[in-house]
Every structure is written in structure tokens, then in C-alpha cells.
Ligand binder design. Structure first.
Ligand code: ADP
Ligand code: MG
Length: 624
């Protein structure tokens, strides 16, 4: 038999490595930004075109590279950052694998311009699919500029796999935020399709956070500080009353590197125990400084998970530090008096399964996984993992939520009545006009949850919340695609504040929102004015509706294949649909029955849950 093993050519090996390092444009952004930081840049500029599909460029004023280094930097395992394996335990840099540039150059058109401080001229190199096209001297300022064009041009499967520009841009902004937040002493700018998205001057941690998330953030932050031999903790947690239903602003940085940690997240939540409403997530921006020897970040190429030497001590310390801060800043009492009642409106998406945050980490890659499972902390791991799916159907959970709110003492009692009032107001506007059209069914509402009616063959039991979701969903889809919705003008315009990122996200669905009946007025720094809302909703619901929509847009399930219009219609339908626990007048029940069965797909919700069940007389007979 002849020998059959051969070494893979470099460009093939690089393409394979690229699969691990570069999942999407945002991964390139992360690698390039980190390289610029490692090069001691004081000003970093990120330029993006078409969500990174056309261009990702990072310009820094760092140390630059010599001509030889510039050429070498594209070789695999070429790094200036470690020399021996021991160096891995002393890491002060972001990179160390020497894989990023080689990987990126294997799957894109790359142009590098670089010059060192003392170099007279710079070097310009062009590479396409690992192949050096040209290398020339050039005139360029000190530092490095890398342009990555036409990402995945030679891997159509990957290119087609990319999500909409809105989604890819969001991932890029997330990466940009993480890097910028970890390095407030560096000036960052970001441009997308020619317009400036962020301009972050040199500042401290707090200002940087405020510059990113908007002026209103400042008043929401409670500082956290503690220093021990094991760890220095600094940063901020959000006041409990601002906690959101989506886990948006949650950041851990370890030695200025953004990381994810379900374990530490649990510790923060534990510190907030008793201060948060059910299902609300506190925001936090926590910076940990530890001895590089006490952590292992060498787990995955994208390096968002790290392993701590003394995880348990860290957990306890973090929890008590945050508890202390919350106590010291007297945050707890504020909760009772300053609570924003609109945040308490229960809405039908409460039981939404929590999505893994944006960057996908290949969990199988984690060499510590075995250890975790067999280790002492394994049993508790299950309880605090945020990725746990909730199994109960949405209305069931909702009902539980309502029930507990009804039973809750004093102040909570009022909230419930206001909620019920709000809801009936909404349903009123929806149902009244159709009163006359209603058929002549006899309907009956069961437990403020189901509508029961008869059909020829027997009995139908309709889930009121789910049925309404279906009705609204189809209605909304129609108005979005046909731009046919009517708007109700608000007497006084409503002004809502959002972060830049949220505004950018809303921009991506602005047209669809307008088609549902929203009318947007002026938009100034961090604030959007709303002068008209869809007839199917009420003014009071708008804030919650948009918050939910943003959270849904952020958590859009990759690969779900749903268009943004669909997502928007589903999200709005879920927010507006009549809740379980709301009493419905007979004409409203009729409307529900008629409209449901007039739907194209009456039997399921937009999320594929059954909207009604039937019992035939035969089936009933059998029970007797
Ligand atoms: P790593 O960052 O893991 O070392 P990379 O492939 O990202 O690997 O980069 C390879 C090398 O190229 C780096 O070690 C560094 O010496 C050099 N390099 C990359 N980007 C820059 C930059 N913006 N400025 C200066 N040197 C850079
Ligand atoms: Mg690197």
C-alpha cells in the first residue's frame, strides 16, 4: 500500500483555523482592535461598511511593524507576544496565538499599512486568500492600518450564513463596546457607512460607560470597590429599580479582557437577592484585576471564558462587595418609593427563554469541562446557569406571575389593579368596533384564561392570550407589509430615552414600526419622541413594548430564519396581547372567537404553540 498521509498546504490549514477564529465580521473587529491595543495605541479608529461585509478597517497609532515583521505577521503561529509556554501564565497581552492575521488573510482581501516610530517609510502589503499580492514601501503615519475586505469571499457557505446587516452590526457594536469599556484610557472612534457611530474620548471607567450607554446611565450606577490579595474589584452595578427584563448590560472584565462567567453572574445576582423583581436582571460593569498566574485564558481561540484558580473565594468576595455597595448607597429603600410602575406591567413574554449572549463559544472546546462536571461545584452549576430553558408555556407562567402579584401585600395590590385597568382599556379599543360583526356563539370565560364555546362537533377551549397573539400577529404583518395601519395621534408626544446602540437597533426597524402606526418625531441625543402609536396599543404600553422589541431584536435566535418583519410582528403581538387574568366582556369574547377563526393559521401562535383545543361530543361521551 502506498502512503496516503500528507501535510495540508498552509492556505488550507489557515482556512481551517479561520473557521475557529472568525465566525463573523465581529470576530475580525475583536482581533484587530485587540492587536491595536497590544501595540500600545492611544487612539483607535474602527471603520465599517455594510456591517463589515464589505469593509472592516482598524487604524491605530501604536508601535507599528518593521517590514519583516509586517510580512511575518500573516504567518500562522507568528506572534511577538509569547516565546515559551511558560509565558502563557504571565500574559499581559490580548493576543498570543499568532493565529488571527493568518486566519483573516486566508478568507478575505487584506491590506496592511504600517510604520514604526523611527522608520522613514512604511510597508504596504496586500494579501488575498493567504497569497501575497504585493508588498511595497509606502507613506503612512506611525502605527498600523489594516483593512479587511470581502470577508469569506472564498467560502460562499460562510458568507451566505451571515445574518442581516442589522444583526451583524449589532455584534460588531457589542465587540466594540467590550473592548472600549475595558480600555477607557484609549480614545476610540467608530464609523459605519461613513457616519460616526461612537466617539469615545479618553476618560475614566464611569465616563466611558456613560459615553457608550447614554447620559441617563450615570444616575443609575452604584460604584463597587474592594481590594484583597486575591483580587481587586472595581466598577459599577445598576440600581435595582433600573433592572431590565433582558440581560443587556452585564459585563465582566478580568485584567481588562471581557469575559463571560455564569458563575460570577450568579454571584452578582445573589448580591441583589430580594431587591429585584422576578425575572429582572441587574446591569453590571465589573472590573476584576487578578494575578495573571491565577487564571487560565487559554481555553478557546475567541477567549471569552476563563478559568479562575480560586473561583469560590472570588464568588463570595464579589457577592459581599456588591451587597455592601448596595447597602452603603442606600439603594434598597429607593426601590419601594421610586419604583417605576410602568416597569411592573406584566407582559406575555415573561417566560421567554433566555438566549445565550451574542458571541458563540464552542463549549466542546473547553478542556475544563470534564473537571467541572465531576468537580465539587457541579451540582450548583446546574442551578445558576443562565442558559437554562424554561419549560412552562408563556401564559402559564404569566398566570403564576399575576397570581403572586395579586397576593402580594400593600403596594403590589395597587399595581395589579392598575395593570388590569390598563389591559381592559386596550382590549376595549380593540373589541368595541367589532362588536356588531360578532357571531352568535354562546361564549364563556373560564378562570380569566380560556374562552369556551361550542362548535358543531363539540366544544372549543381557546387560550385568550395565545389566540390574541395570533390575531394581532396576522394583523400586524398585514399592516407592515401593506403599510396600511392607522395611527392614533398622541395629545402630548411621548419622549423615551435609549442608548445609542438601542437607537441604532430601532433605526433598523423604523420603517416597519411606522407601518404598524408608530409616528416618530424629533430624535435628539439618546431620546426619541413618539407622536403617534398603533391603534392596537395604548400609550402606556409603548415603553414596555419597545423595550421588549429591543430585547427580542438583540436576542434574535441565530438561524431561526425569521425575517425582521416577522420578529417585529411576533414581538409586538406578544407585548400587546390580552393577558391571562384579564376579564373579558361577552362581546370581546365573541370578537376573539370570530377573529381567531378568520386567521390564516388559527390553530397556533406565531411561536407554534396551540391556541385552542377541541373536544368532540364522542370524546365527551367516552368520559361518561
Ligand atoms: P497575536 O496577536 O496572537 O500575536 P496576530 O495574528 O493577531 O497574533 O498578530 C500577529 C503579530 O502581528 C502580533 O504578535 C504583532 O506582533 C503583529 N501585529 C498585529 N497587529 C498589529 C498592530 N496593529 N500593530 C503592531 N503590530 C501588530
Ligand atoms: Mg492578535
Amino acid at each position: 500500500m502506498s502512503d496516503i498521509i500528507q501535510l495540508l498546504p498552509d492556505h488550507v490549514a489557515n482556512q481551517i483555523a479561520a473557521g475557529e477564529v472568525v465566525q463573523r465580521p465581529a470576530s475580525v473587529v475583536k482581533e484587530l482592535l485587540e492587536n491595536a491595543i497590544d501595540a500600545q495605541a492611544t487612539h483607535i479608529k474602527l471603520i465599517i461598511k455594510e456591517a463589515g461585509k464589505i469593509l472592516i478597517q482598524v487604524i491605530d497609532d501604536g508601535v507599528g511593524m518593521s517590514t519583516t515583521d509586517a510580512r511575518l505577521s500573516f504567518e500562522r503561529h507568528a506572534t511577538s507576544k509569547i516565546k515559551t509556554a511558560e509565558d502563557l501564565f504571565q500574559l499581559k497581552t490580548k493576543g498570543f496565538r499568532g493565529e488571527a492575521l493568518a486566519s483573516i488573510a486566508a478568507i478575505a482581501h487584506v491590506e496592511l499599512k504600517t510604520k514604526q516610530e523611527d522608520g522613514e517609510v512604511g510597508t504596504e502589503i496586500k494579501i488575498e486568500g493567504s497569497e501575497v499580492i504585493s508588498q511595497e514601501v509606502c507613506v503612512t503615519p506611525k502605527g498600523t492600518s489594516i483593512s479587511v475586505k470581502n470577508l469569506f469571499y472564498n467560502i460562499p457557505a460562510r458568507r451566505n450564513f451571515l445574518k442581516s446587516n442589522a444583526v451583524e452590526l449589532r455584534h460588531i457594536i457589542d465587540e466594540f463596546h467590550r473592548v472600549a469599556m475595558a480600555h477607557p484610557a484609549i480614545k476610540f472612534d467608530m464609523f459605519h457607512n461613513g457616519s460616526e457611530v461612537f466617539n469615545l474620548p479618553v476618560s475614566n471607567d464611569r465616563q466611558r460607560i456613560v459615553n457608550i450607554f447614554g447620559g441617563k446611565t450615570n444616575e443609575k450606577l452604584v460604584p463597587v470597590k474592594e481590594e484583597t490579595d486575591l483580587v481587586a474589584i472595581s466598577g459599577f452595578v445598576g440600581k435595582p429599580e433600573y433592572a431590565k427584563k433582558s440581560r443587556g448590560e452585564q459585563f465582566f472584565f478580568v485584567n481588562n479582557r471581557f469575559i463571560k462567567s455564569a458563575y460570577l453572574n450568579h454571584s452578582v445576582n445573589a448580591a441583589f437577592e430580594g431587591l429585584l423583581k422576578d425575572k429582572a436582571h441587574p446591569s453590571y460593569f465589573i472590573y476584576l484585576q487578578v494575578d495573571p498566574k491565577s487564571i487560565d485564558i487559554n481555553i478557546h481561540p475567541t477567549k471569552t471564558e476563563i478559568k479562575f484558580e480560586d473561583e469560590h473565594a472570588l464568588y463570595a468576595m464579589l457577592r459581599s462587595t456588591i451587597k455592601h455597595s448596595l447597602g452603603q448607597f442606600n439603594v434598597a429603600p429607593v426601590l419601594d418609593f421610586d419604583r417605576d410602575a410602568s416597569m411592573d406591567t406584566p407582559y406575555g413574554y415573561k417566560s421567554k427563554t433566555v438566549q445565550t449572549p451574542t458571541i458563540e463559544v464552542d463549549r466542546n472546546f473547553n478542556p475544563f469541562k470534564e473537571e467541572k462536571i465531576s468537580g465539587g461545584s457541579s451540582s450548583s452549576t446546574k442551578n445558576y446557569t443562565p442558559y437554562k430553558k424554561e419549560s412552562a408555556g408563556s401564559w402559564e407562567n404569566l398566570y403564576v406571575g399575576l397570581e403572586s402579584e395579586m397576593k402580594a401585600p400593600t403596594s403590589q395590590g395597587n399595581e395589579f389593579s392598575s395593570v388590569a385597568f390598563e389591559s381592559s382599556e386596550v382590549t376595549g379599543s380593540l373589541f368595541e368596533s367589532d362588536e356588531k360583526k360578532a357571531g352568535h356563539h354562546t361564549t364563556y370565560q373560564l378562570q380569566k384564561k380560556y374562552i369556551v364555546t361550542t362548535i358543531k362537533s363539540g366544544l372549543v377551549i381557546i387560550n385568550q392570550n395565545r389566540a390574541h397573539q395570533r390575531i394581532l400577529y396576522e394583523e400586524l404583518l398585514r399592516s407592515i407589509t401593506m403599510a396600511s395601519a392607522v395611527s392614533q395621534q398622541l395629545l402630548f408626544p411621548l419622549t423615551l430615552s435609549f442608548s445609542k446602540k438601542e437607537i441604532a437597533l430601532l433605526e433598523t426597524v423604523k420603517e416597519q414600526l411606522e407601518n404598524t402606526g408608530f409616528v416618530f418625531g424629533q430624535q435628539s441625543l439618546g431620546e426619541i419622541e413618539i407622536t403617534g402609536v398603533p391603534v392596537v396599543t395604548s400609550e402606556k404600553e409603548v415603553a414596555v413594548l419597545l423595550e421588549q422589541l429591543l430585547s427580542d431584536l438583540e436576542n434574535e435566535v441565530p438561524d431561526s430564519g425569521f425575517s425582521q418583519t416577522d420578529l417585529l410582528a411576533r414581538s409586538m403581538a406578544r407585548s400587546i396581547a390580552v393577558r391571562t387574568g384579564v376579564e373579558m366582556a361577552p362581546e370581546q369574547q365573541h370578537y376573539m372567537v370570530n377573529s381567531l377563526f378568520a386567521c390564516t393559521e388559527p390553530s397556533i401562535t406565531p411561536d407554534n404553540k396551540p391556541t385552542f383545543i377541541t373536544f368532540t361530543v364522542d370524546e365527551i361521551d367516552k368520559k361518561f
